[in-house]
Ligand binder design. Structure first.
Ligand code: AHM
Length: 336
């Protein structure tokens, strides 16, 4: 921790990654390279997003995603950019993406790592200039190196992540990540083409006063969640919901709050994807002192059975997540 504090605000991302690597005597530099590859792709995607309005890039393709939803052009561009950077970097044997049905083999059969990525989350917001994000998880492969990665490599529980992060393309672009020793945030300075440490060792408040959920769906929330929302109103908490997970999560991480996407009638298993969205944010929130649950257990302990599996998500300040769970447990006890 002291060493981390020694890195001042303004340290470049490259230098930060290098200094972190030096703290581990046996580190080979592969994870560092992988993180640099993601940062490089981020710069390119950031440029595409910033130019999108002028070039008329936003819009939908005629085809649908594997989830049966319309796919934005920028989704595809971001997907291609991240996969290409990870393929060129050489450290990753397999990528799985929210935008691809199948495992993407990079051809780097000696690569130790697997990356799960949602290249552009909240893409329905692209056309209206609302903050969007990229979410990624890094796992060490469980299969022997020397061949393609396997489905078993990709279906590890979130607790096995060796790194996780997100990028928010907002009023400024930020990359926030953890390798399991705290969470650090870097802000992009476009004129210099560099990320600089701006949010060292992020710690989320234990209790906040923001609740975030799509209240338009409240009638189909579980009764316990409905009761929790009533509780928030009675406490005069602030309701904030952008509908762009990374943006909602990022705000609550810094200010304190809880984000809830429970099961609903439209999404009986929850809407958000365990492997591409929830695991990474769960690792980050825990590293920052917060909590992530599916309503009954820890997100990071769920073993996925399907790459595109969905889950309910309650994530944010520790005491608020506990409170939601308490309300849910009480309601389910009442039903018995
Ligand atoms: P997407 O994968 O179609 O982009 O959906 C994920 C998004 C999240 O970013 C956001 O938090 C959530 O869906 C919003 O859903 P809703 O519009 O149902 O509130």
């Amino acid at each position: 921790m002291d060493d981390q504090l020694a890195l001042p605000v303004g340290t470049t991302l490259d230098r930060f990654i290098m200094r972190k690597q030096e703290e581990f005597a046996y580190a080979t530099g592969e994870l560092s390279q992988l993180l640099r590859d993601i940062a490089l792709a981020t710069k390119i995607v950031n440029r595409e997003i910033n130019r999108a309005g002028l070039l008329g890039v936003p819009g939908t393709y005629a085809h649908q995603t594997v989830r049966g939803e319309e796919q934005q052009k920028l989704d595809m561009i971001a997907n291609i950019r991240f996969i290409r950077a990870l393929r060129n970097g050489g450290e990753v044997c397999t990528v799985i993406s929210a935008e691809d049905k199948h495992l993407i083999q990079t051809g780097n059969t000696k690569g130790k790592y697997i990356v799960a990525i949602d290249p552009l989350d909240g893409s329905s917001n692209v056309d209206v200039n609302v903050a969007i994000g990229t979410i990624f998880s890094v796992y060490r492969r469980v299969s022997e190196a020397g061949d393609d990665g396997t489905l078993a490599d990709c279906l590890q529980k979130g607790a096995k992540q060796v790194a996780a992060g997100y990028i928010i393309y907002g009023s400024s672009t930020m990359l926030v990540y953890t390798t399991g020793c705290g969470v650090n945030g870097f802000t992009y300075e476009p004129s210099l083409g560099e990320f600089f440490l701006s949010h060292p060792l992020i710690s989320t408040p234990r209790q906040g006063s923001i609740y975030s959920c799509n209240e338009g769906n409240i009638d189909s929330f579980p009764e316990g969640v409905q009761a929790y929302v009533r509780h928030c109103k009675a406490q005069r908490y602030t309701g904030r919901y952008i509908g762009s997970l990374v943006a909602d999560f990022h705000r609550n991480l810094l200010k304190g709050g809880v984000y809830i996407y429970p099961v609903t009638s439209d999404y009986p298993d929850g809407k958000l994807r365990l492997v591409y969205e929830c695991n990474a944010l769960a690792m980050i929130v825990e590293q920052a002192g917060g909590k992530a649950s599916d309503g009954s257990g820890r997100i990071l302990d769920k073993t996925p059975t399907d790459m595109h599996q969905r889950t309910p998500l309650i994530i944010g300040s520790r005491d608020m997540v506990d409170k939601v769970q308490e309300f849910m447990a009480k309601e389910s006890a009442n039903l018995k």
